[in-house]
Design a protein around this ligand. Structure first.
Ligand SMILES: *Cc1c(COP(=O)(O)O)cnc(C)c1O
Length: 358
């Protein structure tokens, strides 16, 4: 650390992204990316847009917002886009959290929430999941601050029903409730229709997971127009060009090609179900994931050990060195072939383990 680092930030613990390997070829099941390439339409639109990159991107993101508004049946002034949903979430922390409205989220969820709070000097409270790693909705009634709930929840993939979310919204009339739907396309369920009835709801979405565009960085929020206007005040104070032209047209192209995305999601869900069955046969216990990953604890082996052994054999999964979940690994659902290799490799590892113990 240099001696110039601001006092405000020197103790900051930054977010640790999942590894992005360089040279070595891994089967990459650690950051919930899609195994499928971006849609053709998205790629065509980006190709066409290259020539215009001498100009700034549209700070209002008009065409993209109109397309999103049409798809989700809202008005376009109820949509704000960002440089990945991480950017959108950061803007939400800055807009709706302060000393009086601390951020509130589960103890096990997306690891960026506490970092957004810290970097913005916002206090936060973590609410423990129950023993089955489920959110207890009663803990959020009211939340006593701005609530952040990933639905499906990050790492576990477990979902609250729309009815449960509605109960939380009704109990939190005096604060904002953020539903992070990064994985909602894999469940086919969404709270977006509730934005018409609840002026305290923000739904956050991303093109990174289901839409095969993690590398382009595009996310968005849908909420009532007043909340979106507040967020735009912050956005225009940070970076009005937070969505670049290629991201914008990639998003538009993807929305024009949504059958492709739907099919990809269906394939991933089918593979998730077969992977779940096979891991259970191998003695894993798992949460009921409705996302594009499974959260699996090996009966006999520590999660960190399994992570290392898979890595040695060329497969990357995600392990979180956090007490309550250190038995688990989060495994992204890749192609059917990737999952075959995963299962075979785990079988090998388990066999070696039993032989060593004999
Ligand atoms: C991946 C993820 C994000 C971030 O997505 P980007 O749009 O790539 O920034 C946000 N929230 C959750 C729960 C995620 O899993």
């Amino acid at each position: 650390m240099s001696r110039y680092f601001s006092e405000r930030h020197r103790d900051l613990i930054a977010y640790t992204p999942g590894e992005q390997p360089g040279e070595k070829k891994y089967i990459k099941l650690n950051t919930n990316e899609s195994p499928f390439p971006p849609s053709l339409k998205a790629r065509e639109r980006m190709q066409e847009a290259l020539e215009g990159l001498n100009l700034y991107s549209d700070p209002e993101c008009r065409f993209l917002r109109e397309k999103l508004a049409e798809k989700y049946d809202v008005n376009s002034n109820m949509v704000m886009a960002g440089n990945g949903s991480d950017d959108v979430l950061n803007i939400i922390f800055m807009t709706f959290c302060d000393e009086k409205n601390p951020a509130v989220f589960p103890d096990i969820t997306y690891g960026f929430y506490p970092v957004f709070a810290d970097v913005n000097g916002i206090p936060y409270r973590e609410i423990p999941l129950d023993d089955n790693l489920r959110i207890r909705i009663n803990d959020y009634m009211p939340a006593g601050g701005t609530a952040f709930i990933a639905n499906p929840n990050a790492h576990t993939g477990i979902m609250l029903t729309r009815g449960e979310i509605e109960e939380i919204l009704r109990a939190n009339r005096n604060n904002v409730v953020v539903i992070d739907e990064a994985y909602a396309d894999f469940s086919g369920k969404s709270c977006i229709p509730l934005v018409h009835d609840y002026d305290n709801l923000i739904v956050v979405r991303t093109f990174s997971k289901s839409c095969s565009l993690a590398g382009i960085r595009l996310g968005f929020a849908i909420a009532c127009d007043e909340l979106i206007a507040d967020m735009n005040t912050i956005r225009y104070s940070l970076n009005p060009y937070n969505v670049n032209t290629l991201a914008m047209v990639a998003g538009i192209g993807t929305l024009e090609d949504y059958e492709y995305i739907k099919n990809a999601c269906e394939t991933i869900v089918t593979t998730r179900e077969s992977t779940t069955d096979r891991l259970k046969e191998l003695g894993f216990s798992m949460t009921d994931s409705e996302a594009n990953f499974v959260f699996a604890a090996c009966g006999g082996m520590d999660g960190g050990e399994l992570y290392e052994k898979l890595k040695e054999r060329g497969i990357l999964v995600r392990h979180f060195p956090k007490e309550r979940i250190c038995k688990y690994n989060r495994i992204t659902i890749g192609s059917a072939e990737d999952m075959d290799v995963l299962i075979e490799t785990i079988e090998e590892i388990l066999k070696e383990e039993t032989n060593e113990n004999c």
